[in-house]
Write a protein that binds this ligand. Structure first.
Ligand code: ARG
Ligand code: ZN
Length: 852
């Protein structure tokens, strides 16, 4: 019963006005919906609805009876709706029992909704599809002594005290919107307010609703919102359009945040922060997600998706926008490095897995399964390539054309590319394949230099291997940014090549010496590149390339090469002398870009290396990494110590310089933990820390080096932060990444912790997400204990929260990437899962795809 893109049909009925009234009650909330509808084409009137109790139904004022409608598990058909009219539907729901956190749910005394993608159908019967846009008016009725804040989209129209003592608050959102952007929140909060004046002079009231007592931790998010509003005006000329912008932070939430019109709902993890509880990474995430949801107001809300296959239309584009925002707020190089790491680990892995899909999927059983790193992050890479091909000016013009043309509409990815094409005149026919073709393209490069004719010839070859979902692959149009480095330091030439054929040659004349070529500056296309560099050439690039990303990338390639030789030879890698001297130099004289220095000094992570192998040599990679860390620590102990001591700790402040300095000192500490004085350095770092970043750095260093002090530091940490659940999640994750056998008893103990709840996705992810994604050593144990545990957890969670269960399941799907023994273990677990009765669609779709 999966849905297909090819089967899209316009809705047979539209709804122009949706009036909702909620009488809130924990176990029996009443929803009255009044829908003003018009026929839009041939076909029956069928409304979506799930887990609803239908109380009554009226058409144009007339009560309908059994024979006037047909009710199924997930739909309501109105037999004779006529061509237009008013339908009144009364349903009843149980927010308290809703642990799936979709639709309307009650958690920790707060009523909250999550409607994207298909959650609105758990609130009332409705054409729950993004191409039905209505103007919503929402009335919330509740006891305001218990629920002082009754919020919904748009502008507040009235607040009335009813004769029975309850309060009715009415909201009106003037912008037509699909049901997935509807939101309702009711609860008691602390509220931080501020104001923003848009470029054209609109006064906007900004309101953050957070848990009681957390007001002081919401200032950073508020400031980030103002920066985002300003940035979008400057960069794209886009302004906010309502009088109020509300953000609510809740601890029970399935994902990061949701861009409901005028009323964003956030996972509190991405709002609350102060210097003693948030890391640099937390601050970064908050700013970028606040930006992301705000940017959706134009790319997502004003112009939305025709159907859910088009999800990347809003998500890929909005991730791109938030990345550009973050790059402008901090270090562009560091941002690019982090984005590329994610593509090379999670996205490449997804393309190689049974869940492979194009950024515009063609077939979906459970939409929640397609909020993926492919749709979001590869989607953003595709937008970035457009900007590279069209230039910033062309891209900005294209975006303007897209938003002008489609404001108020629900459109497709094709409409977007068409606007880009029309605004710039660039033919993007071939480029559209990025939307329909899944898989990671592999690009091979060859160079030939002829001294007599002073001609350099570059030959490129592209090939996309077949994926689980698609066998035929075609060449893609991809922008390749390169730099030619000449022997005279400082002399170079930068070029943009457009590769469109399977095989293509590019010639450069008047090249008087053989250059060293830096390929794929800034990761200008999301591909796997294979080159024929000698290790020394990579070190040269790392030292000389103009593009910071390219320098880091050369170092990563250097390590990959060294490690793959060792793995093939069945040996442990030895540190080459040139590497040691380069690292010494970096430590003694860090680059002006300190953040880049810290990245250059890092080994690739396990997941990055893993993606370079068809069959992942788990044990060999882990021992190579541990061995190299140890060797670096020993060879560089003096320089590491000097570098570590050279930068005095300055009082904590989240800014580019502070982030960079902490990263560099943290990198030194990571290695120093492996020296004889490891305990000393780590203890000192932990004790002197005036911020969360440094504390966590110390804890992680102690854990990875398996220092004796690790446990007592962790205990101290847990005691200190027992009252801050966001910090306790960090503690949970740390414990879950214990690199030895003890982790299994620890995990068991964590699930008994007073703060732990199977119903809270943040807690479950903190424990089991960390275990399965950041504890390769124990998760991938050859005896299968790690895999078994995760399968058990998925089984336990599926009836509670299928979305969460299906997400946690992901690492098990890549079973074909491991050795025979692990394959056997994983396949057995997947089969056992598949054999279970009453699996959710979420888990079923993934498990069934992964079995032959
Ligand atoms: N649109 C939200 C965002 O900003 C995410 C919604 C995720 N929904 C889901 N069902 N997983 O990215
Ligand atoms: Zn989004």
């Amino acid at each position: 019963q999966p849905k297909r893109l090819a089967d899209y049909q316009p809705p047979s009925f539209l709804v122009s006005k949706t009036d909702l009234s909620f009488e809130l009650d924990p176990t029996a909330t009443r929803v009255s919906a009044t829908l003003t509808f018009q026929r839009n084409g041939a076909g029956i009137m069928i409304l979506d609805g799930q887990q609803l109790k239908l109380i009554s139904l009226r058409l144009n004022g007339q009560m309908l009876t059994d024979k006037d409608y047909r009710l199924t598990e997930d739909s309501l058909e109105i037999v004779k709706p006529g061509n237009s009219g008013v339908l009144e539907i009364v349903t009843e729901l149980n927010p308290d029992q809703n642990s799936a956190l979709e639709g309307l749910y009650l958690a920790e005394g707060v009523y909250c909704t999550q409607c994207e993608a298909e959650g609105f159908r758990r609130i009332t019967y409705y054409p729950d599809r993004p191409d039905v846009l209505a103007v919503f008016t929402t009335t919330i009725i509740a006891d305001s002594s218990q629920l002082p804040f009754l919020l919904s989209n748009g502008n507040k129209v009235s607040e009335t005290l009813l004769s029975d003592g309850r309060t009715a608050v009415k909201w009106h959102d003037p912008f037509p919107k699909p049901a997935y952007l509807f939101a309702l929140v009711a609860g008691d909060f602390d509220c931080l307010t501020d104001a923003y004046v848009t470029a054209s002079g609109r006064q906007v009231s900004l309101e953050f609703y957070v848990q009681k007592g957390a007001l002081s931790r919401s200032h950073f998010a508020m400031a980030a919102l103002k920066r985002a509003m300003h940035w979008d005006e400057q960069r794209f000329g886009l302004e906010y359009d309502l009088d109020r912008y509300m953000v609510v932070a809740v601890d029970f939430f399935n994902m990061g945040a949701m861009e409901n019109k005028g009323l964003n709902v956030f996972n509190s993890k991405y709002v609350l922060a102060d210097d003693s509880s948030a890391t640099d990474q937390d601050y970064f995430n908050i700013e970028s997600i606040i930006g992301h949801e705000y940017f959706h107001n134009w790319t997502g809300n004003r112009v939305t998706c025709r159907d859910w296959f088009q999800l990347s239309l809003k998500e890929g584009l909005t991730v791109f926008r938030d990345q550009e925002f973050s790059a402008d707020m901090g270090s562009a190089t560091l941002n690019r490095i982090e984005a590329v790491k994610l593509i090379r680990t999670a996205q490449f892995a997804e393309d190689a897995s049974p869940m492979a899909h194009p950024i515009r999927p063609e077939q979906v059983l459970e939409m929640n399964n397609f909020y993926t790193v492919t749709v979001y992050d590869k989607g953003a890479e595709v937008i970035r390539m457009l900007q590279t091909i069209l230039g910033k000016t062309g891209f900005n013009a294209g975006l303007k054309c897209y938003l002008d043309r489609h404001d108020g509409q629900a459109v497709t990815c094709d409409d977007f590319v068409q606007a880009m094409q029309d605004a710039t005149g660039q033919d993007l026919t071939q480029f559209r394949r990025w939307y329909s073709q899944s898989g990671t393209p592999e690009v091979k490069v060859q160079e030939h230099y002829d001294a007599t004719s002073a001609r350099l010839t570059l030959k490129l070859h592209q090939h996309t291997p077949v994926t689980a979902d698609q066998t035929i692959k075609q060449p893609l149009l991809m922008p390749m940014r390169i730099e030619l480095l000449f022997s005279n330091a400082g002399s170079s030439m930068r070029q943009l090549l457009l590769l469109s054929n399977e095989e293509q040659e590019f010639q450069f004349d008047g090249i008087h010496e053989q250059p060293l070529i830096v390929w794929l500056e800034d990761f200008s296309a999301p591909v796997k590149l294979s080159t024929h560099y000698q290790p020394e050439q990579l070190l040269l690039i790392a030292g000389r390339a103009t593009n910071g990303f390219a320098r880091w990338d050369a170092m990563q390639q250097y390590w990959s090469l060294l490690i793959s030789k060792a793995v093939t030879g069945g040996l442990l890698p030895q540190l080459p002398a040139e590497l040691v001297s380069l690292f010494k130099q970096l430590l003694q004289q860090p680059l002006a870009d300190i953040a880049l220095t810290a990245e250059l000094l890092a080994l690739p992570d396990f997941d990055t290396l893993a993606e370079q192998y068809t069959e992942i040599p788990v044990d060999a990679l882990l021992s190579c990494l541990a061995h190299l860390t140890q060797q670096l620590a020993e060879a560089l102990a003096i320089e590491l110590t000097a570098c570590y001591q050279r930068f005095d700790s300055i009082a904590y402040h989240y800014n580019e310089q502070g982030v960079a300095l902490r990263a560099l000192k943290g990198r030194c500490l990571h290695y120093l933990a492996f020296t004889n004085e490891g305990e000393h350095w780590v203890n000192q770092h932990y004790r002197q820390a005036d911020n969360m970043t440094d504390q966590l750095t110390a804890l992680k260093a102690a854990q990875y080096a398996e220092l004796a002090t690790s446990n007592s530091l962790l205990e101290d940490f847990a005691k200190r932060y027992q009252h801050n659940v966001q910090v306790m999640d960090k503690y949970f994750s740390l414990v879950a990444t214990t690199p030895n056998d003890a982790v299994f008893t620890h995990l068991d103990r964590l699930t008994q912790h007073s703060l732990f709840s199977w119903k809270n996705p943040n807690r479950v992810r903190a424990v089991f997400g960390a275990f399965s994604q950041r504890n390769a050593k124990q998760f991938h144990r050859a005896d299968g204990r790690g895999y078994q545990l995760l399968a058990q957890i998925v089984t336990k969670l599926d009836p509670i929260n299928p979305q969460l269960a299906a997400r946690l399941l992901t690492p098990l799907l890549s079973w074909q990437r491991y050795d025979q023994q692990r394959q056997h273990l994983l396949a057995g677990l997947l089969k056992a899962l598949a054999a279970q009765a009453s699996l959710s669609n979420d888990v079923f779709e993934k498990v069934s795809k992964s079995l032959p």
